[in-house]
Design a protein around this ligand. Structure first.
Ligand SMILES: Nc1ccn([C@@H]2O[C@H](COP(=O)(O)OP(=O)(O)OP(=O)(O)O)[C@@H](O)[C@H]2O)c(=O)n1
Ligand SMILES: C[C@](O)(CO)[C@H](O)COP(=O)(O)O
Length: 229
């Protein structure tokens, strides 16, 4: 029974503003997408990857991943949820024996292998859905429409969510079958059908590269820590 990872990579990267789809933006000569997909496979616990690419960039993305035969490319959709749904639909053909599925943002290109293994391991041990999380480090305020503070939120039970998120494949299929509208995180769809979502520890290197500042952070991490093994 194999583990398959779905990689939504069909976003435009408007907030990064690099003039190309964010997944294709290079860091130290290699695209975020290539780094994210290679990282999943290098974890040793993922056998297949389905990438959702911008519909007008399928050839470019396939060429980018040509050296990785375990990677398959499908056309993504207008929203992240649409892209994940299309990748999930392709699993039946790509990896019919898959029982565990990960969903991992191409934009989290520097996710440590140990974190990927922790997520897979927790699903294999029986959790229907698993998300990597980090404690919230800033003070959190609730504000009103005028920008005035209403209250200070107790941050101790709050967590910031990363990817890869891991699922028993039947659970993710059921969540997507029930999903009526868009959700930015897949575990949210499992919550909506009453499914239990377990957490494991996230990692700062798994940051989502959203803005030019995030890209600069990733470049700095690479300069200090070196290329992942
Ligand atoms: N229609 C979409 C939108 C997003 N994504 C993917 O979902 C991940 C997380 O999305 P985000 O970081 O918000 O990327 P973008 O949508 O590209 O960013 P922006 O909102 O700045 O355009 C990214 O890997 C992105 O490529 C996708 O596959 N399909
Ligand atoms: C799934 C996710 O990466 C969890 O942090 C995130 O919600 C997806 O990106 P978005 O910027 O919220 O669309």
């Amino acid at each position: 029974m194999s583990v398959v990872a779905l990689v939504p990579a069909a976003g435009r990267g408007v907030r990064l503003g690099a003039g190309m789809p964010k997944a294709l933006v290079p860091v130290n000569g290699e695209s975020l997408l290539l780094r994210a997909v290679r990282g999943l496979l290098a974890s040793g616990c993922v056998q297949h990857v389905v990438v959702a690419a911008p519909a007008d960039q399928i050839g470019v993305v396939a060429a980018e991943l040509a050296a990785l035969p375990a990677a398959h490319v499908v056309a993504g959709g207008a929203e992240r949820t649409d892209s994940v749904r299309r990748a999930l639909d392709a699993v039946e053909q790509v990896a019919p024996d898959a029982r565990v599925v990960l969903v991992h943002d191409a934009a989290r290109a520097f996710t440590p292998a140990s974190m990927i293994r922790d997520v897979v391991s927790a699903v294999e041990q029986g959790a229907p859905a698993v998300i990597p999380v980090l404690p919230v480090t800033d003070t959190i305020k609730q504000v009103d429409d005028a920008g005035d503070v209403v209250s200070t939120v107790d941050r101790s039970p709050l967590r910031a969510v990363q990817t890869p998120q891991g699922f028993a494949i039947d659970v993710l299929r059921a969540a997507y079958a029930a999903a009526g509208d868009v959700a930015t995180d897949d575990a949210g769809l499992v919550e909506r059908i009453g499914g239990k979502v377990h957490t494991v520890g996230g990692h700062p290197h798994a940051l989502k590269i959203t803005t030019a500042f995030d890209l600069a952070i990733a470049e700095s991490v690479l300069a200090v820590s070196g290329e992942p093994e």
